[in-house]
Design a protein around this ligand. Sequence first.
Ligand code: HXC
Length: 291
Amino acid sequence: MFQADLFKEKKILVTGGGTGLGKAMASRYLQLGADVYICGRRKSVLDECADEMMKEHGGSVKTISCDIKVPEAIEDMVNEIWSDGPLSGLVNNAAGNFISRTEDLSPRAFNAISNIVFNGTFYTTNIVGKRWLKEKIKGSIISILTTWVYSSGPFTVPSAMSKSGLATMTKSLAAEWGNRGIRLNAIAPGPFPTKGAWERLAPGDTSKGMMESIPMKRTGELDELANLAAFLMADGCEYLTGEIVTIDGGQWLNHAGNFYDMLKNVSDDEWEQLRSMIKSSNESDKAKRSV
Ligand code: HXC
């Protein structure tokens, strides 16, 4: 799908890059020639992931222990990366989440999520962005959102609120920093069943009914997300900025309109009956018209 050296001489940082979606994107950037940096809170998990990726694709993956809730830790990480040379791309992937009735959330519970997703992502974006602006270097940022930024996110309100803020950050900074070569885009994934997300969002068998709500009747493949992240990061689409690209098998669109359920509930015979009922109403109306 992509030329083999698409990201040659690029340095890309993926936050939360040791597991799940972050690992899949980092691995694709490495495969396509980037020098990759992954950060997270568990160094052993990052190191194991880096070894695995380098065994598979060669190249260089460096790991940095960093909690993005702490701005000073991000500054240290960015200094460490810059000692190798400037970054070219940043993927804001690190997140925290769990499902809960909103009335059961304490302020600490809200902060546990929003301090990572909302504050941490802003800190990282701003610290990296300021370096690029100061050094007059082009850069590209991709933030991982969710489709809840369009559709609402009941039972995941701290995450949905935080990700909605990041959608606004993406569009605002695309406008504010675009004249200096920095572009920001976002990906809104639907259900991709990674261990980290599924343990907190679909504990037990609570994901049972989910497949019914996805027009494509399947969850996303990590490769599909990684391909989109490669496309958005590549120089070949440099004019693309401030966009949120959804990858969800059409799931969130089935909230629109009133008739999605008819896909599964109405047989061919029933469609015929509906058609003749509508036709007879139309004919009766027509018969009463004088012109
Ligand atoms: C209600 C809960 C709770 C729950 C914890 N709390 N779990 N409240 N329901 N299920 C409350 C606690 O009681 C406590 O409040 C407060 O939250 C903090 O609890 P801790 O156990 O200390 O949480 P902590 O470990 O700090 O943070 C939780 C976390 C953590 C931030 C979510 O698990 C984490 O770092 N996760 C990272 C990985 C992750 O979450 N991945 C999923 C991302 S999925 P009190 O007041 O009692 O002290 C994702 C999906 C996007 O983002 C969409 C895809 C479609």
